[in-house]
Design a protein around this ligand. Structure first.
Ligand code: ADP
Ligand code: MG
Length: 240
């Protein structure tokens, strides 16, 4: 028996007259690693925003871990165990890295407060390799360090589902491998992960299943190696 953690049905979203998402169905099993790909502007981030409550979908339903999410705000969904990293990291620039991680540990988490927030903060910064920089501020960080901080902040809410929206953009080959290894470790700890990514090498190494969006529609959903050979998927990429 499979255990579904997230089930979205018939999701639609318009911006004015523009259809950003059309009738998207998406289901994900607990513990799964799902890749979500598609050309720029195909609706990937909009889908994430509708799942996480950053945007309100115009039609359709989302169920997460047994809860119907319609009408719930982003912070309420975070508390139920959904977390996402933003494509453009959004740290608090005036706070130290430790404070940046402590804030979500103490205020937005799934638990009402872990017993030792400072210890958990250290563990999370250590997990992403930033423990020795805990007193620095986001402005002192390199691009990969910013992305690692963004992941530590997402993990600070102790999610059951983590959505990583282009966490690897602009990184070197080695840095991509670092983030990939980090996401694999989180998945081994039982966290379900949706990876949105353009770097096909990383997507294929990571994903057990691949979903493809083009122009707000889902055109493929299945085994990654089969999906990337599908003629309409190939055409969508050649055409972009
Ligand atoms: P992706 O993440 O796949 O690159 P997005 O979901 O960011 O794509 O965007 C999908 C489409 O919706 C794009 O054409 C984008 O310009 C448009 N869009 C996204 N957010 C907004 C918004 N807040 N207002 C108007 N249009 C938007
Ligand atoms: Mg995007």
């Amino acid at each position: 028996m499979t255990d579904t953690i997230l089930n979205a049905t018939g999701l639609g979203k318009r911006f004015g007259g523009f259809v950003a998402l059309a009738n998207i169905d998406l289901s994900i099993d607990r513990g799964e690693r799902l890749g979500l790909i598609g050309p720029n502007g195909s609706g990937k981030s909009t889908l994430v925003n509708c799942l996480c409550g950053t945007l309100r979908n115009d039609s359709g339903q989302v169920e997460f871990d047994g809860h119907a999410l319609n009408g719930l705000k982003a912070h309420q969904r975070t508390r139920l165990g959904m977390a996402r990293s933003f494509q453009l990291p959004r740290p608090f620039h005036t706070l130290t890295l430790a404070e940046n991680v402590l804030v979500p540990i103490m205020y937005v988490g799934r638990a009402h407060g872990v017993p030792d927030p400072r210890q958990r903060c250290h563990e999370l910064l250590d997990m992403v390799g930033l423990a020795d920089k805990s007193a620095k501020r986001p402005g002192d960080l390199t691009q990969i360090e910013m992305r690692k901080l963004e992941l530590a902040r997402a993990m600070a809410s102790e999610p059951r589902l983590l959505i990583a929206d282009e966490a690897m953009a602009g990184l070197s080959h080695q840095e991509v491998d670092d983030i990939l290894a980090l996401l694999m470790r989180l998945n081994e700890q039982g966290i379900t992960i949706i990876m949105i990514e353009h770097i096909m090498r990383a997507v294929l190494a990571f994903s057990q299943r691949l979903v493809v969006l083009t122009a707000g529609r889902k055109i493929a959903d299945g085994d990654p190696r089969e999906v990337i050979r599908q003629p309409d998927v190939v055409a969508a990429y050649l055409g972009s």
